[in-house]
Design a binder for this molecule. Structure first.
Ligand code: SF4
Length: 76
C-alpha cells in the first residue's frame, strides 16, 4: 500500500534489534534509514521516513530475512 503524500501521513520504521541477525540487507538497500552498529546489528537514527525514501525504506524492510523491521503509517 502506498502512503498518501503531502497530507501529514508518514511512514515510521521500527527495527527490532532482538530479531536482527546482521545480514545487512536493509542497510544496503536504504542506508539513509537503516544503519548498522559495530556489531553489524541494525539501528534507526530517525524513525520517520522522508517521502523521497519511502520506497527504499519499504524495500529494505521487506528484504530482511529475520523480519526485524516493521513499518507503520502514522499521522505526522
Ligand atoms: S536485513 Fe534484517 S537481519 Fe539484516 S541487518 Fe537489517 S534488520 Fe538486521
Amino acid at each position: 500500500m502506498q502512503a498518501p503524500k503531502g497530507n501529514g501521513v508518514v511512514l515510521q520504521v521500527h527495527a527490532d534489534r532482538a530479531r536482527c541477525c546482521g545480514y545487512g540487507l536493509c542497510a544496503q538497500l536504504c542506508p539513509e534509514i537503516y544503519k548498522l552498529d559495530e556489531n553489524g546489528l541494525v539501528y534507526v537514527e530517525d524513525a520517520i521516513v522522508p517521502p523521497e525514501l519511502e520506497e527504499q525504506a519499504r524495500e529494505g524492510a521487506s528484504a530482511c530475512p529475520a523480519e526485524a523491521i516493521t513499518i507503520e503509517i502514522v499521522t505526522a
